[in-house]
Design a protein around this ligand. Structure first.
Ligand SMILES: [Mn+2]
Length: 336
C-alpha cells in the first residue's frame, strides 16, 4: 500500500469526455503532494482520437491514463452479470475487479466536478475497516434512505465523489452484493448506483468533511434549510468552510444548473470555465438548457420566492404532471 500514489477513477461516454478533461486538468493543477497519479478511465464508447486528446492532459512524468473499455467488461469480470443489467450504467461498482489487485483504494470522481484544492487528507484517511468514505448527501426526504432498507438516522453518502476501499470490497465481495441488491430490487433503485452503494455499504461508511464534495445544494440552500431536511448533518462551521474553500466542487444540477449550460447561476461557475479554457475543448460552445419547463419553473421559484412559495409551486407542478399523465392515458386509450 502506497498512499502517495494517487489512484483516481472516472467514467464517461463520448458526450462527457470534454468534462473528463476538466477534471484531469484541475486535478493536476491543484494537487502536487503525490509521487504519481494514475487516472483510471472507464470508457463507454469514447473514440480513440478523443482518448488521445485526453491523455495529453496528463502531464509527463506526473501521471498516466489507463483506459478500460466498459463494453468488453462483461467477458472479463468473471462474475455473473444478468443480461437485464446495463453494465455501462454501473461501471464503478466493478472498479475493485477492474483495477489491479495491488491497488487498495481509489478516489472515484463524477465528471461534473472540479478539483479545487488538495485531496490528500481525504485520500489518505484511515478506513478502520469501513468500505467507503465520502460526504453526506443533501436529501429532501427520509424516503431516499428507507427505500434502500436504511433507517432514517443512518448515514447516506453522495457517491459522486467517493473513496472506495478496494481491499475491503474484494474481501467482502461487495460488487457481488451490489448486483444481488439490484436484482432484489428488480433492477430499479432510487439514485441508481448511489442508492445501491448506500444500501449495501450501510454501517460501513466513513463520513468526511463536506469540502471534499461541495455539491450545488450547499451553495443554493441556507444552512438551516439543509439541517432541517438532513439528519445526521454537518455543523454550520463545516458547511461554511466547504463553501469558502472547497477541495472538490461537485456541480450537481440543483437549482443553479450545470456550469457548462449557457444560463448557469452557480457562484463558482468561473472556476469551471477557467479549467475548461485550459483543455483541448476550450473552443467548445456552452450547451443549451434542456431542462423541462416544469423543472425551470421550480428552480426559479426556489431562487426567487420565499420557501413556502417554492413548496407551493412544486406541489402545483407535481399535480399538473399527474393531470398530464392521466390525459395521455385517456388519449391512448381512445386510440386503440
Ligand atoms: Mn455528479
Amino acid at each position: 500500500m502506497d498512499n502517495n500514489h494517487l489512484h483516481v477513477a472516472l467514467a464517461s461516454d463520448q458526450n462527457y469526455a470534454e468534462f473528463v478533461a476538466v477534471v484531469i486538468v484541475s486535478l493536476f493543477d491543484t494537487n502536487h503532494w503525490q509521487d504519481f497519479t494514475t487516472v483510471h478511465l472507464l470508457s463507454n464508447g469514447i473514440d480513440e482520437a478523443t482518448i488521445e486528446k485526453l491523455s495529453q492532459h496528463v502531464p509527463d512524468g506526473r501521471g498516466e491514463l489507463k483506459v478500460y473499455d466498459i463494453h468488453s467488461l462483461k467477458d472479463d469480470l468473471g462474475i455473473d452479470v444478468p443480461s437485464t443489467i446495463a453494465i455501462t450504467a454501473y461501471g464503478r461498482l466493478f472498479l475493485p475487479i477492474i483495477i489491479s489487485e495491488d491497488v487498495d483504494r481509489v478516489l472515484y470522481l463524477d465528471c461534473d466536478v472540479v478539483v479545487h484544492d488538495s485531496v490528500r487528507d481525504f485520500y489518505q484517511v484511515r478506513f478502520n475497516e469501513r468500505w467507503v468514505a465520502g460526504v453526506r448527501d443533501t436529501l429532501y426526504s427520509e424516503y431516499t434512505k428507507t427505500v434502500v432498507g436504511m433507517a432514517p438516522s443512518d448515514e447516506y453518502l453522495n457517491s459522486g465523489v467517493l473513496l472506495m476501499n478496494l481491499e475491503a470490497w474484494r474481501e467482502n465481495n461487495v460488487t457481488q452484493q451490489c448486483l444481488d441488491f439490484l436484482l432484489d430490487h428488480d433492477g430499479k433503485v432510487v439514485h441508481h448506483d448511489q442508492g445501491i452503494i448506500n444500501g449495501v455499504c450501510n454501517h460501513h461508511k466513513l463520513v468526511v468533511h463536506p469540502k471534499f464534495n461541495a455539491t450545488t445544494s450547499y451553495f443554493s440552500h441556507s444552512f438551516s434549510l439543509l439541517a432541517r431536511h438532513n439528519s445526521p448533518f454537518y455543523s454550520q462551521q463545516e458547511v461554511d468552510d466547504a463553501k469558502s474553500s472547497p477541495a472538490v466542487i461537485h456541480f450537481t444540477e440543483g437549482f443553479f444548473n450545470r456550469p457548462w449550460i449557457e444560463n448557469s447561476l452557480h457562484p463558482l461557475r468561473d472556476v469551471f470555465i477557467h479549467y475548461h479554457s485550459m483543455t483541448q475543448w476550450s473552443e467548445a460552445p456552452m450547451r443549451a438548457d434542456k431542462r423541462s419547463i416544469a423543472t425551470k419553473i421550480i428552480a426559479w421559484s426556489f431562487l426567487n420566492l420565499p420557501y413556502w412559495g417554492h413548496v407551493l409551486v412544486t406541489r402545483i407542478m407535481d399535480l399538473l404532471s399527474q393531470v398530464a399523465i392521466i390525459k395521455r392515458l385517456n388519449r391512448n386509450g381512445f386510440k386503440k
